[in-house]
Design a binder for this molecule. Structure first.
Ligand SMILES: O=C(O)CCC(=O)C(=O)O
Ligand SMILES: [Fe+2]
Length: 351
């Protein structure tokens, strides 16, 4: 049993959305989701129906990340901006000064899970391969189904023609969608930022965490605040790609990971699990203004420089590679590298 999140540490309250009610078409729930997604871009989701798959993923992640470093490094992700594989702590920077991160993680491409035993992007340690069929595949498929439900709702609320958002995120299209298991070691110094402030690169993120450590920087505020993990609840957030497609209607929240909060949780190692849904590699990241009057109105209200940003000069894959590559510690040359790693952050200077 993990100790509870301390009562005397302030947390940012998020809306709770019930996934089963969304699936049932409950209008109030759909409206609650839309309110959370368009105001803050992050919410809790209960009754997501993936508890078994999540447990299996945590076990697989722990087994793999607990392998000797030498073994894991055979599958290291490299510095070219592709994320699949193993990333040791210190592999990325967390801020403009080049301070290194303190989180290690293992990232498995959706394309590799679906093509297994053929390799689409990268090969993985035996501990991953051993559960491709029984754990990875059901986790990826269920997480995808959840995100398809959310995309369908967002598409309707945005006034896009039916299927528009889904067609940018086809399961069979090569994409940066991926599952990630993360670990922050117990010995990490309390002052250290484990994962620097960022917005997620793709469209939708489903996060499962059990100990505190996730913090958000809510728009209009100036300080990082913890989000308290709630048992059985996932934390979902909007990423840059959906911000772009929706013409800014769906904001991607800035967040980061620090060590668990003071008190009983503070000395413990922290594990989390994420599924990122991203558009197909070749999808241009632009506001879908021609397809939706609501998005067109949002673009019309933008400054000229924002209009250029939302006009779509990169594909989803180019966006991802630029951001991921410039976060690599080995590629860090100075504050300009950090700046080049930024996405849709509302406070780009915060880390
Ligand atoms: O571990 C967490 O709570 C969040 C991880 C995260 O933000 C990420 O991997 O992008
Ligand atoms: Fe993130």
């Amino acid at each position: 049993m993990l100790p509870p999140f301390p009562q005397d540490v302030p947390t940012y309250p998020l809306a709770v959305v019930d996934y089963e009610c969304l699936v049932a078409g409950d209008e109030k729930e759909v409206d609650d989701l839309w309110k959370a997604a368009t105001s803050l871009g992050v919410w809790y989701m209960k009754n997501h129906g993936t508890d078994l798959e999540v447990d299996g993923m945590f076990e697989m992640g722990k087994r793999t990340i607990n392998l000797p470093l030498e073994e894991k490094m055979k599958f290291e992700r490299g510095d070219s901006g592709l994320s699949h594989g193993y990333k040791p702590a210190g592999g990325n920077v967390t801020d403009e000064y080049g301070n290194m991160d303190a989180i290690e993680y293992l990232t498995i491409a959706k394309d590799d899970v679906l093509s297994y035993p053929a390799v689409a992007r990268k090969s993985y340690p035996g501990t991953v391969n051993a559960c491709m069929e029984d754990v990875l595949k059901p986790f990826v498929l269920k997480s995808t189904a959840i995100n398809e439900t959310l995309l369908r709702i967002f598409g309707q609320k945005l006034g896009l023609p039916d299927g528009t958002l889904e067609s940018q995120h086809k399961l069979e299209a090569p994409s940066g969608s991926e599952a990630r298991c993360t670990k922050v070691a117990a010995r990490t110094e309390p002052s250290r930022v484990a994962l620097g402030g960022h917005t997620d690169f793709g469209s939708l993120t489903i996060l499962h965490n059990r100990l505190g450590g996730l913090q958000i920087l809510a728009p209009g505020t100036d300080s990082w605040q913890y989000v308290k993990p709630l048992p059985g609840h996932a934390i979902c957030n909007i990423g840059d790609a959906l911000t772009m497609i929706s013409g800014g209607t769906l904001p991607s929240i800035m967040h980061r990971v620090v060590r668990p909060p003071p008190g009983e949780q503070s000395g413990l190692e922290r594990w989390s699990l994420v599924y990122f849904t991203r558009p197909g590699d070749s999808v241009p990241l632009r506001a879908f203004a021609e397809e939706s009057p609501l998005i067109a109105a949002s673009v019309a209200r933008m400054s000229e420089s924002d209009k250029v940003k939302y006009a779509g000069s990169t594909t989803a894959q180019e966006w991802f590679i630029r951001r991921a590559k410039n976060q690599r510690a080995k590629n860090y040359l100075g504050p300009e590298t950090w700046k080049a790693s930024r996405g849709m952050e509302h406070r780009p200077e915060k880390s």
